[in-house]
Design a protein around this ligand. Structure first.
Ligand code: BG6
Ligand code: MG
Length: 219
């Protein structure tokens, strides 16, 4: 039986992909690196340092560990500053409605995000109260596609993976959910999250009614 839900943050609750893009773009321009939206899309769900490594690989560049850390920190400073303008108006359409509905029906809810800025984003959205557990970039060391973040969230909710549905917009996030033994809902196009149990183009379509209708034997 489904007792809990675990939500990715960026691209599911709010659309930070554009802010991440702007920050990586600013850094890349400064460094003379090629960076575009297609590469940015490959960074969904992966950690800050892994993202930097993807950009470097694309540019056939390599840097020592100290410089890597310095540049990742620089990108993060730009990104964090851009979060200041985020408000409770910046939920993806449908996300707040679903979180409210899950709360009113008494489901357990966790956040399962690779981001080390998750707490700040939740504060900006005024969304912290929707979550019983917050699993973020500080909770585990192996990032998605490893299932660790979702396993950590489920354990803190006192639930088994098969009692939880994971919401994800990243290909690697769905991989992580499946490897961990969770049911999954993908948010986005077929090419990216078509391997989820259930897929919606956007959060607006992801109502509790639709979810219960699809996973009917589990409720
Ligand atoms: C994920 C985003 O949620 O968090 C990735 O999808 C991002 O794009 C990752 O790289 C890490 O985020 P942060 O905020 O710790 O740099
Ligand atoms: Mg995401």
């Amino acid at each position: 039986m489904i007792k809990g839900f675990i939500f990715d943050l960026d691209g599911v609750i709010t659309d930070t992909a554009e802010l991440h893009y702007e920050a990586w773009k600013t850094l890349s321009d400064e460094m003379g690196w090629d960076f575009d939206r297609e590469i940015n899309d490959q960074l969904r769900g992966i950690s800050r340092m892994d993202s930097l490594k993807v950009i470097l690989e694309h540019n056939n560049a390599s840097l020592d560990d100290e410089t890597l850390l310095e540049l990742a920190t620089k990108k993060n400073t730009i990104y964090v500053a851009s979060l200041d303008s985020m408000t409770a108006e910046d939920y993806l359409p449908g996300a707040q409605e679903l979180l409210t509905h899950l709360r009113s029906e008494g489901f357990s809810v966790a956040l399962g995000s690779s981001s080390k800025n998750a707490s700040k984003v939740l504060q900006q959205l005024n969304a912290t109260g929707y979550f019983d557990v917050i699993a973020d970039g500080y909770s585990v060391s192996n990032s998605k596609p490893a299932p660790d973040i979702f396993l950590y969230g489920a354990e803190k909710l006192n639930l088994q993976p098969e009692e939880c549905i994971v919401f994800e917009d990243a290909e690697r996030g769905i991989d992580a959910a499946k490897t961990g033994g969770f049911y999954s809902v993908g948010i986005g196009p077929e090419e990216r999250v078509g391997h989820a149990n259930l897929r919606f183009d956007s959060m607006e379509k992801a109502t509790l009614f639709e979810i219960k209708s699809f996973f009917k034997d589990l409720f």
